[in-house]
Design a protein around this ligand. Structure first.
Ligand SMILES: Cc1cc2nc3c(=O)[nH]c(=O)nc-3n(C[C@H](O)[C@H](O)[C@H](O)COP(=O)(O)O)c2cc1C
Length: 216
């Protein structure tokens, strides 16, 4: 169990605070890449919120090494709650300048569209201010994506909840099927945040890539 997260103490003036939500899609494997690439930019902080199903797919140790914490449902349920104690999903939504749901499983997509909030990720989303930019990157098997309900859920998420839905893209999926359903390329997800907040690469990262170019 991690120590309580309090937005007021965790927010840093001038920083961009990114919440990355991971769900039970194979594409969660890309999470350490997204986190480490974003953290190559100045003044960025990331907190990862992972659903129970997502833990099968990504290396939580690699995310921690890159410099982000990984929050799970159990972290929400501290023993002996007293009035006034911080509530994790509320603190995280207060903290966030942007929320990325990357990848968004068919299940979480359906839950968001119906307002269901039965875990840390969906409680955070249900409590989120409409002014916080929120991006959904669906990732699922092609037939799951082509299921008529997916279209309905995306319609509600775009037009009623007003999140940005980006992708999916077409390629050979982890299950072997070829077609629409893959998560947007992780570099393009990073680029959305970089462009939106005008993030600059850290000087040492620029120097390292210059040195690498000189050597090669
Ligand atoms: C190996 C494996 C791969 C899966 N890949 C996906 C996927 O890419 N997209 C998806 O929507 N569901 C996928 N699922 C099913 C979800 O993990 C399942 O619906 C789960 O309940 C999602 O929970 P969550 O939305 O809370 O993360 C996969 C399941 C397994 C066992």
């Amino acid at each position: 169990m991690m120590s309580p997260f309090v937005s007021e103490k965790e927010r840093v003036e001038g920083y961009t605070h990114v919440v990355l939500i991971l769900t039970g899609s194979v594409a969660s494997i890309k999470a350490p890449l997204i986190v480490s690439e974003l953290l190559k930019h100045e003044n960025v902080k990331i907190e990862v919120v992972a659903t129970k199903a997502s833990f099968t797919f990504f290396d939580a140790g690699a995310i921690r090494e890159a410099g982000s914490r990984v929050w799970r449902d159990e972290d929400e349920w501290l023993e002996g709650y007293k009035v006034g104690d911080p509530i994790l999903h509320i603190e995280l939504r207060r903290w966030a300048d942007i929320v990325l749901i990357a990848p968004c499983s068919a299940n979480t997509l359906a839950k968001i569209a119906h307002g269901i909030c039965d875990n840390l990720a969906t409680s955070l989303l249900r409590a989120l201010s409409p002014s916080t930019p929120t991006y959904v990157f669906p990732a699922m098997n092609t037939l799951m994506y082509e299921h008529p309900l997916t279209n309905e859920h995306i319609h509600v998420i775009r037009n009623v909840i007003e999140y940005s839905v980006v992708g999916p893209i077409g390629k050979t999926l982890a299950c072997g099927d070829v077609g629409l359903g893959a998560m947007t390329e992780w570099r393009d997800i990073v680029q959305i945040v970089v462009d939106r907040f005008q993030l600059k690469r850290k000087a040492e990262v620029l120097e390292q890539s210059q040195e690498a170019r000189t050597v090669s």
